[in-house]
Write a protein that binds this ligand. Sequence first.
Ligand code: ZN
Length: 107
Amino acid sequence: MFKFKIGDTLKITAGKDKGRTGKILKVFPQDQKVLIEGLNVYKKHIKPKGNEPGSIAILPRAISTASVALVCPSCGKATRVGFDASQTPKVRVCHLCRQVITSEKKK
Ligand SMILES: [Zn+2]
């Protein structure tokens, strides 16, 4: 079970965006990476092709889960994620306040 879900708010704990927060747009459990809205972006220069002029695209890049912490919706602090296996299905809990973490998934 992956720690993070789409819609979770994460805080970046390492790298150039350290300290910034954003929402998860996509998760890549196999790569242990997440894509966060507006964070870890880079510019891609697109070369002119035929009649199309060159341009600069701003693309978000997935970030390793080792560099992020979940912001608990209950206590508002960056926390580690734990699991409570006594419930079915298993739920995520905040290590600090022990509240169940639910994702506010966009529909
Ligand atoms: Zn909490």
